[in-house]
Design a protein around this ligand. Structure first.
Ligand code: ADP
Ligand code: PHD
Length: 435
């Protein structure tokens, strides 16, 4: 049996956390392949090394001194090294990096150093062989993972080494340059390693005892989800349940490898199993609730729209030309809306609206900002009559005004759009109704 264990930033945030990781790894001989994120937050007020590295880069770009920020990074790494009596020359590595930053450095390379240095320290501490992710995780020219090349590299390395420590969050482009993943991408690295190692399970160690039915920062002590399907999890993580990166599903689902979310601070807790849906909890209709703030709804009205072929297509082309991805397109007879992240349209919203009005010859184009989207997700929802009635009745009784409703065709996700001010209230109301 092989377990691939990914430890997130919170699990490697201090020497104390490193010790917990070592205890966990040594508990089971099957934990042969370990992936780590960069040193994360040791407490709520603390900073992630990844954020500090981004900040260093931003400072150099505008020629602002970054000594104080870099010192915070140095202090974190040296404290871990000294408390654990490690011999790796972290001071030398950091001094080299600082000089490289001053000379001008590639942003992705710089940001990847968080996981690189954390992994080097952890490799020495665990006595595992360090493998630089640039020599293992390969991207092709399309920016996708080249699984064949990655598998070959892995097979070569395991001929020589039995236990590997791999930094998450980055790999290399065909020309050898570092390519980083989107934020939280360490989860994706872990999933890729689980795939190439043909793992029996992909363990994702974090600071919560599994996926909770709702964000613990909004709901006090939400229920833990014991089992969840890959699809449900993907819907929830896309909609803001940040515990696992939504792209981490694919590499493991392809090989039917279950993911287990576990708590580094409470390793005896069972956590959540993410697997296919045959193990779903029989009683629970709604599996989870997640949401995100700050969307905009662009509503296009035109009389007799229903008779006009290709109108929505024309609108979508405009969004494509502005390079804006679309979240939802709820539609009526004489109107339809396009929901987008406000941050993606803010700087050119007037131009965008003018273009839509002109090209579609629309009667009216309205924009509503400050919208939150909240998803209620569950595979069992599709066979449950009256579920949406319960949802909307509860929200109506709580005085929440619903600006938008969207339901996926497979009926496993109902999304409501509400004003940002009603975000917490909406999640609370849905949770109370279906917990
Ligand atoms: N539904 C949810 N279940 C569990 N955690 C959630 C949920 N929604 C949001 N979170 C947040 O996700 C955090 C864990 O993800 P993350 O910060 O990326 O951890 P790590 O540093 O281990 O990668 C939790 O501390 C919690 O605040
Ligand atoms: N360090 C990266 C990648 C990552 O996965 O981190 P974490 O496991 O702490 O979410 C980030 O902050 O985005």
């Amino acid at each position: 049996m092989v377990r691939v264990s990914k430890f997130g930033g919170s699990s490697v945030a201090s020497a104390e956390q490193f010790k917990k990781v070592k205890n966990i790894v040594e508990l089971d001989d099957a934990r042969r392949f370990v992936v780590v994120s960069a040193v994360g937050k040791a407490n709520k007020e603390d900073n992630k090394v990844t954020d500090l590295l981004y900040l260093c880069y931003a400072h150099t770009k505008y020629n602002i001194n970054f000594d104080n920020i870099f010192k915070m990074i140095e202090d974190k790494f040296t404290a871990i090294k000294n408390e654990l009596n490690l011999s790796f020359d972290i001071e030398g590595e950091l001094a080299k990096l600082k000089a490289e930053i001053s000379r001008g450095i590639d942003e992705e390379y710089l940001v990847s150093r968080g996981e690189y240095l954390t992994a080097l320290l952890m490799a020495e501490y665990l006595g595992y062989h360090f493998v630089d992710a640039k020599d293992l995780i390969f991207y092709n020219y399309q920016g996708e993972i080249d699984f064949e090349k990655t598998q070959e590299a892995f097979d070569d390395i395991v001929k020589e080494y039995d236990r590997l420590l791999i930094p998450g969050f980055y790999g290399s482009r065909p020309n050898g340059e570092i390519k980083i993943m989107t934020r939280g991408g360490g989860d994706v690295s872990g999933a890729i390693v689980a795939n190439i190692a043909n793992a029996s399970v992909y363990e994702n160690w974090t600071d919560v005892s599994g996926i909770l039915m709702a964000d613990p920062r909004i709901i006090e002590n939400p229920h833990e989800i014991k089992v969840i399907s890959y699809t449900e999890l993907r819907e929830l993580s896309y909609m803001g349940a940040s515990v696992l990166h939504e792209e981490a599903i694919f590499p493991v689902r392809d090989k039917d490898i279950p993911i287990q979310i576990r708590n580094t601070n409470d390793p005896t807790a069972e956590g959540t199993i993410i697997s296919d849906n045959k193990h779903l909890d029989e009683k629970q209709i709604v599996t989870g609730i997640a949401g995100k703030k700050d969307f905009s709804i662009i509503t296009i009205k035109k009389r007799h729209m229903a008779n006009e072929v290709g109108l929505i297509g024309k609108a979508l082309k405009i969004f494509e030309d502005f390079n804006v991805s679309i979240e939802h397109i709820p539609s009526g007879i004489d109107s339809f809306s396009v929901v987008v992240e406000t941050g993606n349209v803010r700087s050119f919203i007037h131009e965008l609206v003018a273009k839509i009005k002109a090209v579609l010859e629309a009667d009216e184009v309205n924009v509503t900002h400050e919208i939150s989207l909240i998803a209620t997700v569950g595979e069992k929802m599709k066979n449950t009559k009256g579920l949406s009635g319960r949802l909307f009745k509860a929200l109506g009784e709580a005085g929440v005004n619903i600006a938008l409703i969207s339901q996926t065709n497979d009926e496993i996700n109902i999304i409501v759009g509400v004003h940002n001010d009603d975000y917490e209230k909406t999640i609370n109301t849905i949770y109370s109704e279906f917990k």
